[in-house]
Design a protein around this ligand. Structure first.
Ligand code: MG
Ligand code: ZN
Length: 365
């Protein structure tokens, strides 16, 4: 009898204890900090093989590898198993599948608001900081609505009409050497933008709107001497946008990992992944003191079909490419900060949009 009582007692205590633990875990997930700021980082063409190639040459773990919340996303577009950066960027920016080469609209040409626009409508500051022309497909997906990504001058014009506050990258010719003869950098200055061709080291005093166009088209590659363009751009964008007490949305793109993939050039890829990962480091520094920030790092697709077949010298990786175009393999998601746990698992690229909206409680108006 005593033994039975003791077993009952132990069982009851166990239920109470484990019940208690369970409740604590539930409470923790319910009290997840609602992100005030979103930093959305896209490595264009950055599949797992590209990240692994960089890690293989690194002396310490890549910043993105310190994530405890990792997911995988599928990247197919509306009309193709293999997405381009137009449909891939649009899926990430608007949560909508579209046809390759389309920007900011559904497959039947209905314009849809991007995360940047949803956040701007809530009184948050917004920006893009990239290592390509700001009129290129990925940044364009957050700002423009066009049925061809190659309408660069139309995309530049849509920056003028956008609620965006901070624009950093190349692409000056699409603003100022135009068929319609307009000088959009002048028109943007009239709208209150501080305009420059060099990325300043510190935020400009009293300037909450920045247009920094460093190159006529794309900035150089890291291998050709781009230097710390993306690191400085990320830092400046964060510091400028963070002046808004309502918070901000920033998209940062490591644009040229994809260019290295198209070239089947492993040194180009690895140098661009390092550069992008250094920009991730800047975002992580910010999160340390600003925990109400969500940082998402992902890719629009893989480029090059990179793999590491056998018959390599021990300790080295032999790189092999299966295409000079994009591939359809899933790409990683590394999340940090407020709500990061929401981004684990295997899901579709369009779900990042809905996950961010449900975490922040914001809606498409
Ligand atoms: Mg891109
Ligand atoms: Zn590409």
């Amino acid at each position: 009898m005593k033994t039975i009582l003791r077993i009952c007692f132990i069982a009851t205590m166990s239920v109470l204890m484990f019940g208690g633990l369970h409740l604590t875990a539930q409470n923790q997930s319910k009290t997840t900090v609602k992100p005030k700021n979103i930093i959305f980082m896209i490595g264009d063409g950055m599949g797992l093989a590209e990240v692994q190639a960089a890690q293989h040459r690194a002396t310490q773990p890549l910043n993105m590898f310190t994530s405890k919340h990792i997911g995988l996303i599928t990247t197919h577009s509306f009309d193709d198993e293999i997405t381009d950066s137009g449909a891939g960027g649009t899926a990430l920016a608007t949560g909508k599948k579209t046809r390759n080469r389309m920007i900011g609209m559904t497959a039947d040409s209905v314009a849809f608001p991007s995360l940047l626009e949803v956040f701007a409508a809530e009184g948050k500051s917004t920006g893009v900081a990239v290592s390509c022309a700001v009129t290129h497909a990925t940044p364009a997906s957050f700002v423009a609505k066009v049925n061809s990504r190659y309408l660069y001058e139309d995309i530049a014009l849509q920056y003028l009409q956008s609620p965006i506050d901070v624009v950093i990258g190349g692409g000056l010719k699409d603003f100022n050497k135009r068929k319609d003869g307009r000088t959009l950098t002048d028109e943007m200055q009239e709208k209150g933008f501080h305009y420059a061709n060099v990325i300043p080291d510190k935020p400009i005093h009293n300037a909450s709107k920045l247009l920094i166009l460093t190159d006529s088209s794309h900035p150089k590659s890291v291998l050709m001497g781009r230097g710390d363009h993306l690191i400085k751009a990320t830092k400046l964008a964060i510091e400028t946008l963070n002046q808004n007490p309502n918070g901000f949305f920033l998209m940062v793109e490591g644009s040229q990992i994809d260019f290295g993939g198209h070239d089947n050039n492993i040194d180009y890829i690895v140098s661009e992944v390092f550069d992008f990962d250094a920009a991730v480091g800047v975002a992580l520094e910010f999160i340390k003191n600003n925990p109400e920030t969500l940082l998402i790092i992902t890719a629009d697709h893989e480029t090059g079909g990179l793999s590491f077949p056998g018959s390599a010298v021990k300790g080295t990786l032999r790189s092999a490419f299966s295409t000079t175009d994009h591939s359809g393999i899933m790409v990683p998601v590394y999340a940090f900060g407020a709500g990061a746990e929401t981004f684990t698992g295997v899901y579709d690229n369009t779900e990042i949009f809905s996950k961010i909206l449900s975490l922040t409680g914001l809606k498409v108006k």
